[in-house]
Design a protein around this ligand. Structure first.
Ligand SMILES: [Zn+2]
Ligand SMILES: [Zn+2]
Length: 331
């Protein structure tokens, strides 16, 4: 079966005619590094749900790096850096990867779009096109067998963390992102989505070295800011983001009778700057806000309104008043 044919439908399950052209380990490494899914797509049919070892290694390394805190210790400077990077990158994921790239809930200029895409890659959640393609699949088939990460049809841990480490989830679902495929600069960025994350790691280290040399009273070091700003902050960011796929489809209140199991969860909304209003979001995914009422804290939406005032984004799509009224009535 020619590659094009396979690629036209990412989810062919008939493996009878798939040629045995498993790449060598070295080839697999290179393809993984440049996010070239062509060869991996061919091999994944034999074990689509098995974990992809190459991607498991850096993911585990980021978690293990947190334990180095035993040796580097803690300072206010390092904790502030970790917190700032958590909040900043959470905003990039929720406001831009999710609401902008996946749902097109507002508009922006081409240069600004590229800037937020590059900065978004520092969250270590692949590029915006990959992210949006799987997320759109989630909305199209929420909590069914075709949902890439449902805690209803699969285990909690699969929906939380394992799903994106399987071979099946490695390629972009191009069918879902025909609009984004036209943005050539974004397609190039997808190949090197790991580069901004690496750059962030280096930056964290040098910021600490600079602070140690210039302001010794801060009692920090390059290794300390690397552990806090990069490893701890990124691990926390990972798991907070994943709770929306796992916990927000299990725990919380349902204001709207959506066909899925999405929930509104105040704690998750705080943790993820507004994404915890997930039942609202499934009711009307196209809106720029997910907290539909003033008492539903949605910090990402507040951030977007600031960016709108600055003229960097515009046409924030509102929630239709009919839906707002229906939700009020159900309260
Ligand atoms: Zn969902
Ligand atoms: Zn969504």
């Amino acid at each position: 079966m020619p590659y094009q044919q396979l690629n036209s439908d990412n989810f062919v399950t008939d493996t009878t005619n798939v040629p045995d052209d498993t790449p060598s380990r070295w080839q697999t490494f290179v393809f993984w590094l440049i996010n070239d899914a062509r060869y991996l797509e061919r091999t994944r049919f034999r074990s689509p749900r098995s974990l992809d070892l190459w991607r498991l290694i850096p993911f585990l390394a980021i978690h293990l790096g947190c334990f180095a805190v035993i040796w580097v210790g803690v300072s206010w400077f390092a904790v502030a850096l970790a917190l700032g990077l958590y909040l900043g990158r959470m905003f990039l994921i929720t406001a831009f990867y999710h609401r902008f790239f996946a749902h097109r809930a507002f508009e922006s200029s081409r240069p600004f779009r590229l800037l937020v895409a590059i900065l978004g890659c520092t969250a270590g959640q692949r590029g915006p096109i990959w992210w949006a393609s799987h997320h759109r699949q989630h909305h199209l088939h929420s909590d069914t067998a075709l949902d890439p990460h449902s805690p209803q049809t699969d285990t909690f841990w699969f929906s939380h963390v394992l799903w994106f480490l399987t071979r099946d989830a490695f390629p972009i679902r191009w069918k879902q992102v025909k609009d984004l495929k036209k943005c050539r600069e974004l397609v190039v960025l997808e190949r090197f989505d790991w580069a901004p994350l690496m750059a962030l790691g280096m930056l964290c280290f040098f910021v600490g070295e600079w602070a140690q040399a210039s302001y010794p009273s801060l009692e920090t070091s390059g290794w300390q800011t690397l552990v806090w700003g990069f490893f701890i902050s990124t691990t926390a960011l990972y798991h907070a983001t994943y709770t929306i796929n796992s916990l927000a489809h299990r725990y919380g209140r349902r204001r709207f009778d959506t066909p899925d199991h999405s929930r509104n969860n105040f704690l998750l909304a705080l943790l993820t700057l507004g994404e915890g209003w997930h039942n609202n979001h499934h009711r009307y995914p196209g809106a720029a806000r997910q907290g539909f009422y003033w008492w539903e804290v949605d910090l990402s939406y507040m951030g977007l309104r600031v960016l709108k005032t600055l003229g960097l984004v515009w046409n924030l799509r509102p929630v239709p008043s009919k839906i707002l009224e229906a939700g009020r009535a159900r309260r």
